[in-house]
Design a protein around this ligand. Structure first.
Ligand SMILES: Cc1cc2nc3c(=O)[nH]c(=O)nc-3n(C[C@H](O)[C@H](O)[C@H](O)COP(=O)(O)OP(=O)(O)OC[C@H]3O[C@@H](n4cnc5c(N)ncnc54)[C@H](O)[C@@H]3O)c2cc1C
Length: 367
């Protein structure tokens, strides 16, 4: 079928702009839950590529994996994934000190009394150990262990998420979506057509002559924010006053011998560094404020703190910490979080907040 022929809108003719993590999460989810009640088209451009740095997740990622009916072992194999029990924050409070912010439950409450109250009382009496000593996740993480379905009446199950190669994950979801009827179009979006009176988006113009029409558009064009930002001119709230980091460098390195089942986030003089263990490599990045550190200094600091040989040159990423203010034509609906109207939804980096949450795939599937 030609692009022209399939551009005739049907009652639910969904067009997804962009094929990074966000685009393929959206395509796979629509395909799974709408089946043949919608026609789904995704447009992406290999010439632009993807950000590809979203490698750490939070436990809500299970909703997506289970919802799509993916097999966990197959998913881990295909994305070179590893288990994540929490995040270790090193040198944030004092140099040389670290703590693990773990997923899941810490300690046990008694009746209506939550564990933290018992622990505070125990600390005051001098009988309680460190808070983290009551977390099975932290004990397992420190030992480099992981177990599924280990829960019993007395031991809670370990709560976990994953680290994975974001590009491989997008490719896996792409196969999943295409197998279920999603049409993928390779091409550069060069224009956006709108209905003159309502202003609703009606079609994407590709290259010189192709156009893809639809009734619902999903903006997954990443930081370009082609539909939400450039076309609808939805203003961003610049948060750089509170979140001054505006630059990042990402570099993969060889894996260290023991794969840690947690992410590491190390404080640095003008930002922080992440370390994410995958099966075949470790993902690293340095997020920093360009007002206080040059790109060269940031790169040197990052390369000096890898736990294996670098596998590429550091990839620079520039961004503005921001929230999206979004209003319907006649009815204000608030700030971040409401990113849709009757002709448009948006998800992924196009509605990007701060790059520290490891929650991008979750927000993509949730929105
Ligand atoms: C430094 C940093 C670290 C991060 N770490 C994490 C993390 O650990 N965990 C996490 O969950 N998130 C993380 N994030 C956030 C997450 O990586 C990104 O938000 C997410 O990867 C972006 O995916 P995306 O699909 O929205 O955008 P992208 O990957 O940028 O994809 C955009 C897509 O749009 C297409 N496109 C754009 N313009 C056009 C056009 N004109 N024509 C055709 N196609 C077009 C591109 O081809 C591409 O397919 C991080 C972000 C940063 C900056």
């Amino acid at each position: 079928m030609s692009v022209r022929a399939m551009s005739q809108p049907s009652p639910l003719d969904i067009v997804i702009a962009g094929g990074g993590t966000a685009g393929w999460v959206a395509a796979a989810t629509f395909a799974r839950f709408l089946g043949n009640r919608a026609s789904i088209t995704l447009v992406e451009s290999e010439a632009i590529g993807t950000v590809g740095v979203g490698e750490a997740t939070i436990p809500q990622i299970h909703n997506l994996i289970v919802g799509l009916g993916l097999d966990q072992a197959d998913f881990l194999r295909r994305t070179n994934g590893t288990f994540k029990l929490g995040i270790e924050f090193a040198d944030w409070v004092r140099s040389g000190e670290s703590y693990i912010h773990s997923f899941g439950q810490t300690g046990r409450g008694v009746g209506l009394i939550p564990f933290r109250q018992l622990w505070l009382r125990g600390r005051a009496l001098g009988v309680a150990a460190e808070f983290g000593d009551y977390s099975f996740n932290i004990a397992a993480a420190r030992l480099g262990r992981m177990s599924k379905n280990a829960g019993s009446n007395t031991i809670p199950e370990l709560a976990y998420a994953y680290h994975f190669d974001a590009s491989l994950f997008a490719r896996m979801l792409r196969d999943y979506a295409v197998e279920r009827g999603v049409r993928r179009i390779e091409g550069m979006i060069v224009g956006v057509e709108r209905e003159p009176e309502s202003g609703d988006i009606t079609a994407l113009a590709l290259d010189a002559e192709r156009r893809v029409g639809g009734t619902l558009f999903v903006d997954c064009t990443g930081f370009r924010s082609l539909l939400l930002g450039k076309t609808l001119e939805v203003p961003y709230l610049d948060w750089s006053r509170w979140l001054p980091c505006d630059s990042a460098l990402a570099v993969p390195c060889e894996s260290s011998e023991a794969v840690r089942p947690y992410t590491q986030a190390m404080a640095r003089p003008s930002g922080w560094q992440w370390r994410i263990p995958l099966q075949h490599r470790t993902g690293n990045g340095h997020v920093y404020c360009s007002r206080f550190m040059s790109d060269d200094q940031a790169a040197a600091l990052l390369l000096a703190n890898l736990d294996g040989a670098p596998l590429a040159d550091p990839l620079p990423i520039k961004f503005t910490p921001q929230l999206v203010r979004f209003t319907l034509p006649s009815r204000p609906v608030g700030r971040a979080g409401t990113l849709c109207r009757r002709d448009l939804g948006s998800t992924g980096a196009t509605s990007f907040g701060v790059p520290v949450g490891a929650s991008n795939p979750y927000h993509c599937s949730d929105s």
